[in-house]
Ligand binder design. Sequence first.
Ligand code: SF4
Ligand code: SF4
Length: 442
Amino acid sequence: MANQQTIDKIREAGVVGAGGAGLPTQVKVNASVDTVLVNGASCEPLLSSDPYLMEHEVETLVRGLESVMECTGASKGYICLKGKHAGAMASVRAAAARTGGKIEAFELGDFYPAGDEQVLVHEVLGRTVPEMGLPLQVGAVVSNVETVFNIARALDGRPVTHRYLTVAGEIAKPMVVKAPIGMPVADVLALAGGPTISEYRVVDGGPMMGKVIPDVSRAVVTKTTSGLLVLPPEHNVVARKIMEPARLRNFTNTCCCQCSRCTDLCPRHLLGHSLHPHKLMRVFANQEMDSEIAKEALLCSECGICEKFACPLGVSPREVNAQIKRVLMQGGVKWQNTGRELSTNPFRDERRVPTSRLIHRLGISAYDTHPGYAGELTSSVVHIPLRQHIGAPAMCIVSEGVRVQCGDVIGEIPEKAMGARIHASISGVVESVADGMVTIKA
Ligand code: SF4
Ligand code: SF4
């Protein structure tokens, strides 16, 4: 039985999954498992904030992990990271050694996507999560580094008000910073010396799974902003993310030669899941959305290996899957688990994609500079979205003209809904509440 007091503190502090879509963390830790994994794979190229936290804030991280273990009844905890982050590895090993074997450092291979929850569970525990399943079903909870760090702070009564993130790419001073939630992205870029090119696009997140920000002048840092990558508009990473759906379909119909290389290298397929991206390319080309094969798209993690590494012709099974998924989800179609036993592909180890080769293929070697921590940024104005997580948007509980302190609750979870609290990230006066956003001026 999970510890209710811990769950309440996590909910009160507004902790959400910092490494993904922002699942409210009180939902994830309300579980009973034997193992907790801290996901420090940091497998998206160019992002460095998690290794920074593992190296310099390891005691807080271990405290957070111990709390999650106690909350879920887990007897074992692993902090999982890559050996190439030598400073972080040394800190984690030393801190783990002080726990008497309760917590261990687990060294991951340097491949992508080592941080995919299902891949991580397989690497560390040798257990295979069911198709469309959760690590919970095989006795594990997986939580990202910054999430566990925020859990420790939540237990000290400190809410989530800031985010650690990497600024990289075509920027004068690449850096890792701690920014207040709601800080304008344009201001973060300016404090990093500004873009080094006049025409650019900004990716929120990593080059593989991050999203191109449609309008930088309106974008802000949120609880899930792990990085801001400044890239030329014509860069391979950007161009693939913003291809028009009609162009994508033409491209798919005319280019895919059904070589099945995307399937051969798909990490979920290699775990034994019923996912065959090359077959989904046929489904998409023929618009057979009601076929049984179409449902396989629901198993896709959108990791991008097929699109950015496997396909020799530059086609995008990832985007095709995303589009099929959208159609199926709108129609209420769900994956039916057959309960069949999943067997790992015998060539899985050889087919894992080395990060160094991926970086080369993406054309981002010049940006792979491992920037250091440049400190905490301050902002004279923040625009804090009431929805930064999976679930219902928070209900605004402040109005224009009200004075708030950093850490005050400004958005509450609606009654009986799944959601996350939102807090003021600077002290000041609420200037406006509009379009799901609370603007505070210092
Ligand atoms: S999408 Fe690319 S890798 Fe996949 S079958 Fe088609 S051509 Fe081959
Ligand atoms: S994005 Fe491609 S490689 Fe990744 S899980 Fe989906 S189909 Fe597989």
